[in-house]
Design a protein around this ligand. Sequence first.
Ligand SMILES: Cc1cc2nc3c(=O)[nH]c(=O)nc-3n(C[C@H](O)[C@H](O)[C@H](O)COP(=O)(O)OP(=O)(O)OC[C@H]3O[C@@H](n4cnc5c(N)ncnc54)[C@H](O)[C@@H]3O)c2cc1C
Length: 435
Amino acid sequence: MRPRVLILGAGYAGLYTALRLQSKLRRDEASITVVDPRPYMTYQPFLPEAAAGAIEPRHVAAPLRAMLKRCQVLTGNATEIDAERRSVRVSMPDGHKVDLGYDFLVLAVGSVSKTLPVPGLEDQAVGFTTLGEAVYLRNHVLSRLDRAASTLDPAHRAKLLTFMFVGGGYAGVEALGELEDMARFAARRYYGSVDASEMRWILVEAVDRIMPEVGRSLAEYTVGVLRKRAIEVRLETTVESMEGGHVVLSDGTEFDSDTVVWTTGVAASPLVADSGFSQDELSRVECLPSLQVRGVPNVLAAGDCAAVPDLSSDDPGATCPPTAQHAVRQGKVLADNVRAILRGRPVRTFSHRSSGAVATLGLHQGVAEVYGAKFRGMPAWTMHRLYHLSQMPTANRKARVLADWLLDSVFPRQVVAVGEVHEPRRDFVEQAQRG
Ligand SMILES: Cc1cc2nc3c(=O)[nH]c(=O)nc-3n(C[C@H](O)[C@H](O)[C@H](O)COP(=O)(O)OP(=O)(O)OC[C@H]3O[C@@H](n4cnc5c(N)ncnc54)[C@H](O)[C@@H]3O)c2cc1C
C-alpha cells in the first residue's frame, strides 16, 4: 500500500502543502487526503472587501476540488487524533464518523476567534474570520440602516446606528474601515432619513496602540485617519459587559449597540488543544524548525495552529507570527520535507523574514509597511490590492476579483441588504403553516 498523507485543514497552510505534494510526488509515492469542513479555501485578507461589497464573496473562496485534482478531498470535521494508532476521527456532514489512518499527518487547522469571559459576549458579538461572518456583517450593517430609517423610537434608532469593534489588530481595523466607509456611502447616497453623522462607530483596544503588525508611526497615522472620519478610537480600554446590547467600558462609558464585532486575536483550533501533542501557551502545537511536531516526526504542522521557531529573529525563543505569508511558505517547506522523508533524504528548516504588512482602511485609503518602507493613503491602498491580487490562488479567482474592482470603479457601489439569505426558508415555512 502507498504511504498515506493526511492533511487536516485546507486554508493557506493546508492548501499549499497539498498543491505542492500533488505536483512534486509521483502517484505511486503516496496517497494524499485533505479534510476540511468547508469545500473551499478562504482568502481571509479579502474578507473586509467582501464585507464592504467591493468583492463578490464567492470570489474570495477558492474551490478545493477544482484545485486538488490529485488529492482525495473530504468535506468533514476532524474531531480526534489518536497518535498511537495513527488514526484521525472525522465527523461527516450527515453525522456519521470515519476513522482515517495515516503514515504522515499534517496539522493545518488554523485558528479560531479568541474570546474572553465578558458578560453578554456570546449573545451579542460576532467574529470576523470566516466568509459567513463577512456576508452576515454586510447584511447586518445595511439592515441596521433600513431599520433605523423606519423606527419611531429615538433610543432604538441610536442603538441601531452604533457599531462597536473590539480589538485593533489588522483584521478589526480593516473590517471597521471598510464597513464604515460602505455604511457612510450608503447613508449619504440612499438613506435620506439617516444622516451619516448620526452613526457612531467605535473601536475599543486594550493596549495603548493599534495594529501591532506595523510600526508605531503608521499605527498612529491610522488612528488619525479613523478619528478624522469621526470614528471613536478608545485605547487602553476594555469591554466590561454587553448584556442585552448595553455596553459598559472600563473607562465608565456606557451605550447601547446592536452590532459588536469581536476581533481580539486568535487562538489555535480546539482540535490541536485536545490533541495531546506538546503545546505552547497559545495552545499551538510545538514544532521543530523542520515543521515536525516535537517528539512525533511523522506529524508535521504549519500555519496559525503551529508554534514554529522564528529563525529570522534575534530572539532565540521567538515563534513565527500567525500570518498568511508565513502559512503559505510553511506549507511549501512542509510538503518538501514529507517528500524528503519519503525519499530518505534530509529535511530542511523553515525560515522567513516578514516582508511587512499591507492594510485597507476603506476605498482609496490604506497603510503599508514593506521591508521597512512606509506608505500611506492611496499608494498603500493600491499596494494592498496589487499584493493580494497577486497572492490570490488561481488565475480564475484573480480575474473575477479584478473584474469586481473594475465594475466597482465604473458603477456606484451596490449597497442592498439581502438579509433573507440567512433564513431562506422563513417565508416558505410561514406560508406552509398558514396552510
Ligand atoms: C480579516 C483578516 C485579514 C487578514 N489579513 C492578512 C494579511 O493582510 N496578511 C497576512 O499575512 N495575513 C492576514 N490574515 C491572517 C491570515 O489569514 C492567517 O494567518 C492565515 O489564514 C493562516 O493560515 P492557516 O492555514 O493556518 O489557517 P486558515 O487559513 O484559517 O485555514 C484553516 C483551515 O482549517 C480548517 N479546519 C478548522 N478546523 C478543522 C478541523 N477540525 N478539521 C478539518 N479542518 C479544519 C478550516 O475550515 C480552514 O479551512 C488575516 C486574517 C483575517 C481574519
